[in-house]
Design a protein. Structure first.
Length: 160
């Protein structure tokens, strides 16, 4: 599993652009000179993710940016169409990148993938948040079980 001090692994994610899905690499997202808050969750439109996780980061976007955060990225093992629709539903606007890890390759590269087939969801990402400076993980908060505590926007804001 990823840990503080690790370089973010190389992967290609997708985001929804005006012309459709657009590839974006982790090298672009977590580039040197950037301070990035990234959080991942098991699935778009799921109750805890839609009711708490994303809304918390939307509410704290200005406070995070005031602490020097360049980018806030939401990552889920969904496709770019779903992530784009979810971003609109959650009113993220320009405050957040909604990133699709369609095949779970990024979650797997971080060692933060999980088997949610018991819930009919297949391979997914664990719920976590991380702070990445210059491409290196400086804070990593991974939830245990079905909890929602350490991956919240408030918790990460307290670490800045």
């Amino acid at each position: 599993m990823a840990k503080v001090g690790d370089k973010v692994p190389s992967a290609t994610l997708r985001t929804m652009g005006p012309e459709g899905p657009k590839a974006i690499t982790t090298e672009e997202i977590f580039a040197p000179g950037k301070k990035v808050v990234a959080f991942a969750l098991p699935g778009a439109f799921t109750p805890p993710c839609s009711a708490k996780h994303v809304p918390g980061f939307v509410a704290e976007a200005a406070a995070l940016k005031a602490k020097g955060v360049d980018t806030i990225a939401c990552i889920s093992v969904n496709d770019a169409f779903v992530m784009g629709a979810w971003g609109k539903d959650q009113n993220v606007g320009d405050d957040m990148l909604m990133l699709a890890d369609g095949n779970g390759a990024f979650a797997k590269a971080l060692g933060l993938d999980m088997d949610a087939s018991g819930f009919g969801m297949g391979a997914r990402s664990k719920r976590y948040s991380m702070l990445v400076k210059d491409g290196v993980v400086t804070e990593l908060n991974v939830e245990q079980g079905g909890e929602f505590k350490v991956s919240s926007a408030d918790y990460l804001l307290g670490q800045l």
